[in-house]
Design a protein around this ligand. Sequence first.
Ligand code: NAD
Ligand code: LMR
Length: 325
Amino acid sequence: MAQTPVKVTVTGAAGQIGYALLFRIASGQLLGADVPVKLSLLEIPQAVKAAEGTAMELDDCAFPLLSGIEITDDPNVAFDGANVALLVGAMPRKAGMERGDLLEANGGIFGPQGKAINDHAADDIRVLVVGNPANTNALIAQQHAPDVPAERFTAMTRLDHNRALSQLAAKLQVPVTEIKKMTIWGNHSATQYPDLFHAEVGGKIAAELVDEAWLRDTFIPTVAKRGAAIIDARGASSAASAANAAIDHVFDWVNGTEWTSAAIPSDGSYGVPEGIISSFPVASRDGKWEIIQGLEIDAFSRERIDASVRELTEERDAVRALGLI
Ligand code: NAD
Ligand code: LMR
């Protein structure tokens, strides 16, 4: 019997990440080359027509695995029966906007979407939040979905992880495949901490293969501020690399991996307050993320993890004060 298609809902489908993402999902790269998918595109009313245009192009690819496309501006329709939700659409920061305004505007998006997921998604729903501020948007959505297991809500730090791999590979002149156990800790923001004290290259600790000044003054800020550098160069935020990271995150979540980075709800590991959606070193086994345990954290790393986690708790407190969670 033919396999039932997996329903993948993408919000912000007419945006630039959406455009880079949808074709890869439809070609089988999100879930596997033998898994049929049904796409549901959620957009705001004024962007539905553009999403329809993208759907026409998807049709024109005649993807063998794509069993259908639905386009809507209603979250209750978009998430109905969804197995995977990629929450990409978000309110960007505009000139003159305070952080509280940004959090509030996004609360108005991610709260209702979380509720729609709660009320309509399939029992095995997995949610990846890409839209910024991703960790806190994921927390807002999760808090509006009390019937969905909390750990199904995740936020994307895989792009940061891939950036860290690439920067280190270039520095050491090695293929990215030689680097193991890379970790991004904390928030998807400039406070994130890319950790070379557990990363290994050819079996050696990466931090011991580079000088401390490069690690501290070049590597960490280059990775942490790469998003801003891309915006500066392209005049628009990263899109294809963000879509690529979303594909990597969900593929590994479903199919398993021994070590990567993902922002998932903290269970209190490594002193990160329980419930905060923070990036950790993670493995994926039997379709579930697990925080890799037992790593020694030295003072250099502790200070940086704590700073990023502090920012996350401040964001949580801010959305709480605004009544968004
Ligand atoms: P974009 O502006 O090109 O597209 C966003 C789309 O979302 C637009 O089409 C808009 O109409 C839609 N949208 C807005 N509100 C919506 C809602 N309530 N429901 C459904 N759709 C809605 O932006 P983009 O370049 O595609 O980026 C999307 C988000 O991803 C931004 O928040 C960006 O900062 C973030 N981002 C995150 C990462 C990461 O690593 N986590 C990386 C890059 C970009
Ligand atoms: C990125 O890391 O590329 C983005 O999160 C940057 C942004 O602000 O959209």
